[in-house]
Design a protein around this ligand. Structure first.
Ligand SMILES: NC(=O)c1ccc[n+]([C@@H]2O[C@H](COP(=O)([O-])OP(=O)(O)OC[C@H]3O[C@@H](n4cnc5c(N)ncnc54)[C@H](O)[C@@H]3O)[C@@H](O)[C@H]2O)c1
Length: 341
């Protein structure tokens, strides 16, 4: 496509501001409209973005009504950065108009809602992908390559995630804040590392006595995957001291050895053979685009005829299904089958 595409961003909260900035900085995209149901919020966000010089004041249509904005600018693509409860109506409205959507995680709040979006994407032949931004990480790519090249198929994968953020706001009050808001990133990465689909999960959740969250902020989950692999996750959002990175601390084991990654530095591996142990360090390709920039790069490339993004809705639905099955398992204290069809 030779002309720049027009983009509409929906949601002007903390994350919507980051998305609008990333869109506005690209030469191949024009931020044509920005929508938030709270007009003051989107007006203030647009003024702040203009002040950075990445947006000319008045160039972007600021709206509090999505349909009106879609009528006005007929965008080539939409980025849905609203709260999870609004992902279904916002994304559905765009897909029905055959406008490709890149949405924030989680795709929706239930698997049934997510299936409606997948069905709309299929029926209208319109690309819908979810930006699972922690997939786009140069060291993580290096870990996956290290495993592929030196270890082969892993059957034991684990992730530790222990941090103690004081967010304030919705996370402090929501149920299952760790599982619903954060663990989906690790579940999604595990699926990618193992290369199999989730089958079932047993999960235990609890809220430590000192927790500043209303919902359970700690969880331990064991997933069975379709190749018989096991992925174990242990995490907490109220674990002060010796914190892990935001990506978590990973171990990936096959019959040939183990790779590990602290989520920040280069991954390493010990390859064990009959004659000894060889230590390897993963080669990090610094050209890999990071975070939401990477997700947007891949989405635009797909619109240009490139491969489907990693978060294409049929794939990302499985990560949402893992999360919701873990929540159900914790609530019922039973092993739950992970279903997305
Ligand atoms: N990938 C990441 O690392 C990451 C980090 C933070 C947030 N997120 C995700 O981004 C999304 C937004 O998070 P946030 O922190 O910006 O939330 P936020 O509450 O700060 O902002 C959300 C905005 O959406 C607006 N909104 C709600 N319903 C709307 C609708 N129907 N139409 C238009 N606007 C609507 C609200 O008015 C609010 O301004 C969530 O899905 C969240 O999980 C992802």
């Amino acid at each position: 496509m030779s002309r720049a595409r027009t983009a509409l961003v929906v949601g002007a909260g903390a994350m919507g501001r980051r998305w609008a900035d990333v869109v506005a900085r690209r030469d191949d995209l024009v931020l044509a409209a920005w929508v938030d149901t709270t007009r003051d919020v989107v007006e203030a966000a647009a003024a702040d973005l203009s002040a950075t010089g990445n947006l000319q004041a008045g160039d972007v249509l600021v709206e509090d009504d999505l349909e009106r904005a879609l009528d006005a600018v007929s965008p080539d693509l939409v980025v849905d950065v609203t709260v999870p409860e609004a992902h279904l109506p916002v994304t559905l409205a765009c897909l029905e108009r055959r406008i490709p959507v890149l949405g924030e995680k989680p795709m929706t709040t239930t698997v049934d809602e997510a299936r409606r979006l997948v069905e709309a994407s299929e029926r209208t032949g319109t690309l819908f992908a979810v930006s699972q931004s922690r997939r786009y990480n140069a060291e993580l790519f290096a870990l996956r390559r290290l495993v592929e090249e030196h270890l082969g198929h892993p059957e034991i994968v684990s992730c530790w995630f222990y941090r103690a953020p004081h967010f304030g706001g919705f996370r402090d009050a929501m149920p299952s804040p760790l599982l619903l808001d954060m663990a989906i990133h690790a579940f999604d990465v595990a699926r990618w590392l193992v290369g199999s689909d989730p089958v079932a999960v047993y999960c235990d959740e609890h809220n430590p006595s000192w927790s500043w969250y209303r919902g359970a902020a700690s969880a331990t989950a064991v997933f069975e995957m379709s190749g018989g692999e096991r992925f174990s996750y242990a995490g907490s959002w109220c674990a002060p001291g010796e914190e892990t990175s935001w990506e978590g601390l990973w171990r990936v084991t096959s019959g040939a050895g183990t790779a590990s990654w602290d989520g920040g530095s280069s991954p390493t591996a010990e390859v064990v053979t009959g004659t000894g142990t060889t230590r390897r360090t993963g080669e990090v390709d610094r050209s890999v685009p990071q975070g939401i920039e990477g997700a947007l790069d891949e989405f635009v490339a797909a619109l240009d005829g490139g491969p489907a993004p990693m978060g294409e809705c049929h794939e990302n639905l499985k990560s949402l299904a893992m999360t919701l099955a873990a929540v159900e398992s914790a609530a019922t204290r039973r092993r739950i089958a992970v279903r997305w069809t």
